[in-house]
Design a protein around this ligand. Structure first.
Ligand code: HEC
Length: 454
């Protein structure tokens, strides 16, 4: 079955998924796993030490986190489904066939997670005294559910970079327990606790607290952040040690963009400095220095989010020409299908194109070929504008490079279509880049009908 092609104008498809997904990762890791775990621990401290300060801190912080988790966290999570299934329906469809059960179980786990979290919140003041212990256990059960979610999703994410033997053996187990599964799961857990500790410190410092308690709590969260930062460094190293080097070579490029890609030392220097700052901050927090932490908490919080964003960006980008390595290209054309389309024709096999177009011309055909082949990563007139890539080249020049997209830039898939279609696409791109034609609605998934074009 063929799905219509959507293109998000200006932002582009990849960036649209990324904006939603990164926000979701920060909340799901940092708050839903990290912060809530630390809240349950704080509640336990309050119980064990009979400390009203720990108890109140946990309760106030929970109120804030639960609003963000159930509001923004859940909505952006569903958003990932909505956006990816609109923009990459074939990719999601294929992965659903492999990972039906993990996703199905995840749906149940996620529902339980939200229910348990709400019960945990609403029983805080009721389950006191004798029942306080049960309340803490309820919190622990939530943590187990939230970690199970991470377990289920990470198998799928890992697959998208290191599918192991799946393209050949089609084995679910080798797909799910792929080489980057375990290091990525541990890395995500350490990211969660690192973010959670920094969020906790921010809440601790910003809200009014008793001084001795604040120092105490800061020391504790400082310790958690120190351990989590160290774990994150180790697991980042482990994770990238299992990623094939063909992918890893694009790491610096993915972050630096073409502008700075010739100076990869910027990439390494920035990461080293960022890591150093995080450890320095953790040391001061460990010492209980409230004034130092107050000054640096916001930059450090942003830095942590920056690292999470960077990790997701690198992971998604270096996957390069593939959506599912060894099986499907980023533009959702199957590896095997690409060879077929080169011989047989893209148009002949394009259901939506044939449904909608009554007048095949350069604009209609070119726009379709672009949408199908390139719009997963390029826009017309927005981020990673295709016009910039072909500007200054002749029509023949473009015709030639269209055959070599996958060699020019190794993270681009090849053009799928016959030689004649490549010619049409070259003409379209040439005319577009030189202002000879304009596209009225670059977001259209399909060509414009003659009567609609102004
Ligand atoms: C997987 C994502 C992806 C897909 C799909 C993709 N590209 Fe690219 N392309 C990129 C990236 C990233 C760059 C690098 C951006 C830069 O160098 O400015 C790029 C750069 C280019 C360049 C400039 C290269 C140079 O060295 O000057 C051209 C031309 C180009 N793409 C054409 C295409 C065409 C035509 C298609 C469709 C057949 C396509 N791309 C599909 C990601 C992609």
């Amino acid at each position: 079955m063929q799905f219509p092609i959507f293109q998000v104008p200006y932002l582009g498809n990849g960036m649209t998924i990324a904006l939603d997904a990164v926000l979701h990762v920060i909340i799901s890791h940092g708050l839903a796993i990290g912060a809530i775990t630390l809240i349950v621990i704080s509640e336990y401290f309050g119980f064990r030490k009979s400390s009203k300060d720990w108890e109140n801190f946990a309760k106030n912080f929970l109120k804030f986190t639960i609003i963000v988790i159930t509001g923004v966290g859940a909505v952006t999570g569903v958003g990932i489904w909505l956006i990816t299934s609109a923009l990459a329906p074939n990719g999601i469809g294929s992965m659903l066939r492999i990972f039906f059960w993990p996703w199905f179980i995840e749906w149940i786990v996620f529902t339980l997670e939200v229910i348990v979290l709400l019960i945990y919140y609403f029983t805080w003041d009721k389950w006191t005294g004798e029942r306080k212990k049960q309340h803490i256990y309820l919190g622990v059960s939530y943590i187990i559910f939230s970690l199970s979610s991470a377990f289920l999703i990470t198998g799928i994410l890992g697959f998208m970079l290191t599918p192991d033997g799946w393209p050949w053996n089609k084995s679910f187990l080798s797909a799910f327990f792929n080489p980057s599964f375990l290091p990525q799961l541990l890395l995500r857990a350490s990211m969660a606790f690192a973010l959670g500790a920094v969020f906790s410190m921010a809440f601790l410092i910003i809200t009014r607290r008793e001084n001795v308690f604040r120092k105490d709590a800061l020391r504790f969260f400082g310790k958690v952040s120190f351990i989590s930062f160290s774990a994150a460094v180790i697991f980042t190293w482990w994770y990238f040690s299992v990623v094939p080097s063909a992918f890893k070579t694009h790491m610096a490029f993915s972050v630096l963009t073409p502008r700075f890609s010739q100076q990869p030392e910027i990439f390494y220097a920035m990461n080293a400095i960022g890591t150093f700052i995080l450890f320095l901050f953790a040391m001061f927090a460990l010492k209980g220095s409230v004034s130092f932490s107050r000054i640096f908490i916001v930059p450090v919080l942003l830095l942590c989010m920056g690292f999470v964003t960077e990790f997701e960006r690198v992971r998604e980008f270096i996957r390069g020409p593939y959506l599912m390595p060894g099986y499907m290209y980023a533009n959702q054309v199957l590896l095997g299908e690409s060879l077929f389309l080169e011989k047989d024709s893209m148009f002949k096999n394009a259901y939506w194109y044939n449904m909608i177009t009554d007048k095949p011309d350069v604009i209609n055909q070119g726009a379709y070929l672009f949408a199908q082949n390139c719009s997963a990563c390029h826009t017309i007139g927005g981020i990673n504008d295709i016009q910039d890539g072909v500007k200054g080249r002749s029509e023949d020049g473009i015709f030639v490079i269209l055959r070599h997209t996958h060699e020019m830039v190794p993270f681009m898939p090849p053009f799928s279509g016959t030689e004649q279609e490549r010619r049409i696409m070259a003409r379209f791109l040439y005319q577009l880049a030189n202002g000879k034609i304009t596209i009225e609605a670059p977001s259209r998934f399909a060509p414009v009908k003659e009567g609609e074009r102004k």
